[in-house]
Design a protein around this ligand. Structure first.
Ligand code: NAD
Length: 350
């Protein structure tokens, strides 16, 4: 049985750990905690061993701790790093590389520049095979993952008939669990957002993709507004929706008034962490005008990257085929069932 360590037990780390515990092919040997707070007890109550950095052992004297992060890594096949952006690179240099351990990094890291964690930015729908057997790979961020789920099926279907993608990312301010985070009453503009460059890491550096981003005071998902220009007359909206009928992790909804409707439904249905783990095309907003299709889809910021981490782990550790990995991820995340439920709840009205 392969042994996994999840380093960082915040929004992403706690979700990843929870799903990995349902995977009979791996064992979670523990989680890395960096601050002595309630989450140590929460992790213990969930049956997880908690490890802390050697230098901080004294800070955790009031808590039940299994040992140091450094010692846990001596007994591990792969680390899923879920540290705050930038710390993954430091962990790579200080811990994973010296101990020669495979590691997955999250979207707050970089694949460009002096603090790059990998030369591969993963998106299972686009470049799964490139991760087979690799030692260090970065999972794209939530927006970057969501764009891949839409762009790649479009490229597969329309190829060189596509001439340009313009995307405006409307980003959420904070995550649902961040109860201490105050939402500022402003619309913040993001200079030089990383998302376009990140997508080009897997979609091609010359892809005609132009991305702008703003941040708005909501915790209820991201929304992407995408204009797709075609060489000639654009396809009908129905042809666009059809492409996504069998796409894993893409639901097509007609009657959600806003992103909160989708999140509330996930909550009422008891989806884990109130996540849908997917993007939701708001099909009532798709229009085809001349050479352009305009569409909008929302992106479950916290949930979307979790099944992706699971796919990536299978590529790096087990070198499974894409189909085998997708089937195994499906057996744990039940994405198709969630998609079907969402589509039924928000079905087109006659
Ligand atoms: P978070 O702040 O909720 O959790 C990070 C955790 O890591 C905290 O518990 C912190 O104490 C711990 N930590 C501190 N120093 C550490 C270190 N050196 N090594 C390991 N852990 C350390 O952050 P998050 O939202 O879970 O984000 C983690 C990563 O996932 C970031 O790269 C982020 O960009 C990415 N990501 C976040 C989201 C999201 O919606 N929150 C979505 C996709 C990707």
């Amino acid at each position: 049985m392969k042994k996994i360590f999840v380093n960082g037990y915040g929004t992403i780390g706690s979700r990843i750990t929870s799903f990995l515990k349902d995977d009979p092919e791996v064992t979670v040997i523990g989680v890395g905690k960096y601050s002595p707070d309630d989450k140590v007890e929460l992790a213990n109550s969930r049956g997880l061993n908690v490890y802390v950095p050697e230098r901080k052992l004294d800070d955790f004297s009031d808590y039940k701790i299994a040992g140091s992060v450094e010692s846990a890594l001596d007994n591990c096949d792969l680390v899923i790093d879920a540290a705050p952006g930038g710390y993954g690179y430091k962990n790579k240099k200080n811990l994973y590389e010296p101990k020669n351990i495979k590691a997955i990094y999250q979207g707050g890291e970089s694949t460009i520049g002096s603090e790059s964690v990998s030369d591969l930015l993963f998106n299972s729908r686009v470049n799964y095979d490139k991760a087979l057997g690799k030692n260090h790979v970065m999972q794209g961020s939530c927006n970057v993952t969501g764009m891949g789920r839409i762009l790649e099926p479009l490229r597969n279907k329309f190829g060189d008939k596509l001439i340009r993608f313009d995307v405006t990312l409307i980003r959420r301010w904070a995550d649902i669990e961040q109860i201490d985070e105050e939402l500022s009453d402003t619309i913040e503009m993001t200079e030089k957002p990383h998302h376009g460059d990140d997508v080009k890491m897997y979609f091609g550096k010359d892809a005609p993709l132009f991305v702008r981003a703003i941040k708005v005071p909501t915790k209820q998902m991201h929304l992407h507004i995408m204009d797709i220009r075609f060489k000639d007359l654009a396809p009908k909206s129905s042809e666009i929706h059809e492409i996504f009928t069998n796409e894993s992790g893409v639901a097509t909804l007609w009657t959600a008034k806003g992103t909160k409707d989708v999140r509330d439904y996930a909550k009422n249905m008891g989806f884990n962490f109130t996540d849908t783990n997917m993007v939701h095309i708001h099909a009532n907003m798709t229009t085809s005008i001349g050479d352009t299709v305009q569409m909008m889809y929302s992106d479950d910021q916290t949930g979307i990257v979790i099944p992706e981490n699971h796919m990536l782990m299978q590529a790096m550790l087990f070198e499974k085929s894409y189909e085998d990995a997708l089937n195994h991820t499906e057996s744990i995340f039940h994405m198709n069932e969630k998609k079907q439920k969402l589509q039924e709840r928000f079905a087109k009205k006659d």
